[in-house]
Design a protein around this ligand. Sequence first.
Ligand SMILES: Nc1ncnc2c1ncn2[C@@H]1O[C@H](COP(=O)(O)OP(=O)(O)OP(=O)(O)O)[C@@H](O)[C@H]1O
Length: 244
Amino acid sequence: MIEVKDLHKHFAAVKAVDGVSFTARDGEITGLLGPNGAGKTTTLRMLYTLMQPDRGQVLIDGIDVATDALAVRRQLGVLPDARGLYKRLTARENIEYFARLQGMDESLIRMRCEQLVKALDMTDIAERRAEGYSQGQRVKTAIARALVHDPRNVILDEPTNGLDVMATRSMRQFMRRLKEEGRCVLFSSHIMQEVAALCDRIVVIAHGRVVADETPDALRAQTGEANLEDAFVKIIGSEEGLAA
Ligand SMILES: Nc1ncnc2c1ncn2[C@@H]1O[C@H](COP(=O)(O)OP(=O)(O)OP(=O)(O)O)[C@@H](O)[C@H]1O
């Protein structure tokens, strides 16, 4: 479970995150939806210990990010906005390298690697160097790497960004599978359809603040709009930066 309480972060005069609170539960997919520049990536970076908040608290499975970042990282699988693979290593080597950094033993590494290569349908690239990978192949490798230590909580920054229709579909299926395994899945997106198709809970963020935190059905009911897209536009107050 991921609990976020009154997070703040500013960059000079820009209040990127201005009092964000929400909870992402186990066995659910929570979507962080907002237009470009809303503060999604900055929020996620503070959750996965890359950036320190000015104020506020983040608890991952009850562990405070500020006091025990190492323990938190063990409970977290992260697909950051910069996917950053080692180009000279194969997909398998990229995954294995991260597993070793997590202190896993070699037989477990081989087993998890095999499982993930299968689950993400990447046998064709497993032994190929990452140099020259397509966007979809890079995302798959980065996700496998993020999940190699079998984390309970998974944070994905715009996981379908740049993927084609088929790759997007299989990514969504994979996220549902993570949910069925009982994990807490939190992802960011500015694509309404994606959030509507996947999420148990939607946290809408605009100008660094949470403007709605509901189930898709409750969002429709609250705004009186049957169409989720219209509901979002009503909540955010503009169509700027949102993609259907
Ligand atoms: N390192 C930084 N230095 C200065 N300003 C920053 C920095 N990171 C983010 N910002 C600013 O903070 C605000 C929120 O940015 P953030 O990347 O969190 O938004 P986002 O919701 O992820 O947007 P997008 O959908 O475009 O990725 C923006 O105005 C951005 O320019």
